[in-house]
Design a protein around this ligand. Structure first.
Ligand code: C2E
Ligand code: CA
Ligand code: CA
Length: 508
């Protein structure tokens, strides 16, 4: 080998080494020109150039795929975010997002307001038309709600038929205006799957007082105000006031106390006679609950029934009353009554009436105590019969089929029950106290009550007049053909012991 050839080889090896270093450093676009001597070094150079080419292509592909995968990841993340922050049914914000927005609002210089609304009568729609119609109704309501606020405000579904709106910046007038608009847009009926549904909403409003204040309690306060609105009248609006919070706390405490009262024997059942106007004999009793409260004394149902209904305790309470009254009547049957016809009336909340096992529970209870189904009559308050829903109808039919009596309570004060009466789902009507008082002196009253009695007889319903307080009223009732009565004139609700004395006297 000549010296020149040796130098040339060393240079080429140097170049080759430099090229390898460059490739190894990731500069894949580097190339080395072969010397065209077609020797082994050139073969290596050509090979390395091809490798670089190939690597470059692979990297390019890889980059493309990394970009693609990264985009997919971002999409998935966004979808997850949406899922975590939105209500799947309506696409509205969910509770989590609403809380986040509330925290954002704390940092802004605006005065926020929160509205919470709960649909009235949604459960009845769901129960009678099915969940599909219920869902479609919620979607329609969501759309209407979105239309009453600005894009920057947040409309959320909190669950069930409860919605919330966070208005990012509003004067009290503007917030109340939104509440009013909600009522207006919901007033138009919603037609879903050929069914016309009427809804309304009770709205609670929590007004912000200054920018940047804590919003932790806004949702809870608006909720409290909403309950307040609902309790007053359906479809109403209430603005939160601190007194409402105290009231809500008191209700929570009452609910806790009632729960334990049920199991510690603080509840008692009183019995008010139902009298045959022709003989003045007690032919039935109505069982009425009282609560012997350890601090507050004797409480009547108006102080605790709505709490019992809101918390679902009403089911246990009504069944306990039924159980107690049935056991009592069974004892009276054995001790004093013999075979004389005698019925015990129990009041049943519409919530309880629609419970799945209700009819079985009633029948089972009479059987266990050796009573006939005819010995028990279930009273349901007229204005609380929720429209014409399937569950209520089934329960009434079930009771009738089993032989248990059904009476409509407070008859003449509501509007929904004539349908039930006409289709023979009931046996008796209890003419409301307001139609009985002053019957003997008020001619107008006399005409109305007479008409109601004519109607009751036309449908084969046995009328029982409630709240009879004077001999004059009792006489007037006899004259217009009302056979049965109940009221202070004969007796207030009394203890089992007192009623038993009366039954014994009657027998003697
Ligand atoms: P209601 O079923 O209409 O019962 C009649 C109410 O009128 C009773 O009130 C009774 O004490 C009262 N009353 C009876 N005679 C007269 C009268 O001559 N004059 C006047 N002014 N009032 C009279 P109470 O016991 O306070 O019960 C109120 C309501 O609470 C009942 O009205 C009934 O709807 C409900 N209730 C009572 N006990 C129960 C129960 O165990 N379960 C359920 N779900 N509701 C009950
Ligand atoms: Ca009653
Ligand atoms: Ca009544």
């Amino acid at each position: 080998m000549t010296a020149h050839a040796g130098e040339d080889l060393a240079r080429r090896l140097d170049e080759l080494a430099g090229f390898v270093v460059e490739l190894a450093a990731g500069r894949l676009d580097a190339r080395l020109e072969p010397s065209h001597q077609s020797d082994e070094i050139d073969a290596i150079v050509v090979g390395l150039n091809m490798l670089a080419e190939e690597l470059q292509g692979l990297t390019h592909d890889l980059e493309g795929r990394v970009v693609e995968r990264t985009r997919e990841l971002a999409d998935a993340h966004a979808a997850l975010e949406r899922l975590a922050h939105s209500d799947p049914l309506t696409g509205l914000a969910n509770r989590t997002l609403l809380h986040e927005r509330l925290r954002e609002v704390e940092r802004a210089s605006a005065v926020p307001a929160v509205l919470v609304l709960d649909l009235d009568g949604f459960k009845a729609v769901n129960d009678s038309f099915g969940h599909e119609v219920g869902d479609a109704l919620l979607v329609a309501v969501a759309e209407r709600l979105r239309a009453v606020v600005r894009e920057t405000d947040t409309v959320a579904r909190l669950g069930g038929d409860e919605f919330a709106i966070l208005v990012h910046d509003a004067t009290p007038e503007q917030a109340l205006d939104i509440a009013e608009r909600i009522r207006t847009v919901l007033a138009a009926p919603v037609v879903v799957q050929g069914r016309t549904c009427w809804v309304s909403a009770s709205v609670g409003v929590r007004l912000g007082t200054r920018p940047g204040g804590a919003t932790d309690d806004f949702l809870r306060d608006a909720d409290t105000a909403m309950y307040h609105a609902k309790a007053r009248s359906r479809g109403g609006v209430s603005v939160f006031a601190p007194a409402m919070r105290r009231e809500a706390q008191a209700r929570t405490r009452l609910a806790d106390e009632l729960r334990s009262a049920l199991f510690t024997g603080q509840l008692v059942v009183l019995y008010q006679p139902i009298v045959d106007l022709e003989t003045d004999h007690v032919v039935a009793v109505e069982a009425l609950t009282r609560w012997r409260h350890p601090e507050r004394g004797f409480l009547t149902p108006d102080t605790f029934l709505s709490v019992a209904e809101d918390t679902g305790l009403i089911t246990a309470l009504d069944l306990w009353v039924l159980e107690t009254a049935a056991a009592q009547v069974a004892r009276w049957r054995a001790d004093v009554l013999g075979d004389a016809p005698f019925t015990v009336h129990v009041n049943v909340s519409p919530v309880e009436l629609r419970a799945p096992r209700f009819v079985e529970d009633v029948v089972d209870c009479t059987r266990r105590h050796g009573l006939a189904p005819q010995d028990v009559t279930v009273e349901i308050t007229e204005h609380r019969l929720l429209g014409d829903d399937a569950l209520t109808r089934e329960a009434l039919e079930g009771l009738r089929a089993a032989g248990v009596g059904v009476a409509i309570d407070d008859f003449g004060t509501g509007s929904s029950s004539l349908g039930y009466a006409r289709r023979a789902f009931v046996d008796e009507v209890k003419i409301d106290r307001s139609l009985v008082s002053d019957l003997d002196v008020d001619e107008q009253q006399m005409r109305i009550t007479t008409a109601i009695l004519v109607m009751a007889h036309a449908f084969d319903l046995v009328p029982i007049a409630e709240g009879v307080q004077t001999a004059g009223e009792a006489d007037a009732l006899r004259r217009i053909g009302c056979r049965f009565g109940q009221g202070y004139y004969w007796s207030p609700p009394v203890t089992a012991t007192d009623l038993e004395l009366r039954l014994r006297r009657q027998r003697a």
